[in-house]
Design a protein around this ligand. Sequence first.
Ligand SMILES: C[S@@+](CC[C@H](N)C(=O)[O-])C[C@H]1O[C@@H](n2cnc3c(N)ncnc32)[C@H](O)[C@@H]1O
Length: 291
Amino acid sequence: MAELPPTIAAVLKQAAPTLQGVSERGRFEAELLLAEVLGRDRSYLHTWPERVLTATEQRHFHQWLQQRQQGVPVAYILGRRDFWRLTLSVNRDTLIPRPETETLLEQALLRLPLAQERRVVDLGCGSGAIALALAQERPQCDIHAVELAEATLAVAKQNGMANGLSVSWHNGSWFEPLRGMSFDMVVANPPYLAADSPWLAAGDLRFEPRGALVAAEAGLADLKHIIDQAGDYLLAGGWLLVEQGYNQAEAVKRLFIDSGFFNIGHAVDLQGIVRVTFGQWQARGESDEWG
Ligand SMILES: C[S@@+](CC[C@H](N)C(=O)[O-])C[C@H]1O[C@@H](n2cnc3c(N)ncnc32)[C@H](O)[C@@H]1O
């Protein structure tokens, strides 16, 4: 019997079930990979299901499909991930920006008035997701970003250039490269998983840098450090906002209280998880100005 021609429709039909063990969105991911191989967007696949793939396109698609079958995240295969209104380059040196981090970003934006200049720092900037989205949404603000891993920072800088956004980048550990500076806002999505977290053996996390994911003291060590030090770098009335793990909200709130923050609150992500804690530094009597 003659073999069916490798049309877009036929190739996708075959590919999608092979991703079943890896992803709940096998068909969607197969479409993403194939669209990229063809240099088109996904709508092209639906418009031209009878289009026959060349041998080179078939080979390329199968290589990527195999990587995905082995668990490699789609973002690392494609080399990019969308975050907020940005498309960011990512590689194995960077955490893949997560939708839940947009909750942290939204909370930061709520506290940055549209037309007022503020100085903000994003600690542990990774691909630059938070710092760059802040620079995009609040171009009048002076945005800084700190990252420990040089290779990661290089990706963030590249993302800044590619998107034409201005951020002052600093290499170093948390506040250490910021000595002598003060800020209206500190934002951080630090590593917060415990070293024995079962999540580390599942999904995309298996391929992401450990230094972006894991912190000592059951995941709380970096959060503790940042919350403890932030007061030395915040102006009176300034905000600290951090992302935390699904079960860390109470512990993090306690750290904010113990460090002397006021107006402490939480924000919930789209999955209903208490994902963000925020608080104001020496804010009593100044909350009118800061809202
Ligand atoms: C959870 S990732 C967040 C990345 C990015 N902000 C995002 O939300 O997609 C934490 C980041 O903190 C960085 N990091 C870890 N320890 C650090 C330290 N001591 N000082 C500065 N950055 C650090 C990691 O390299 C990683 O890029």
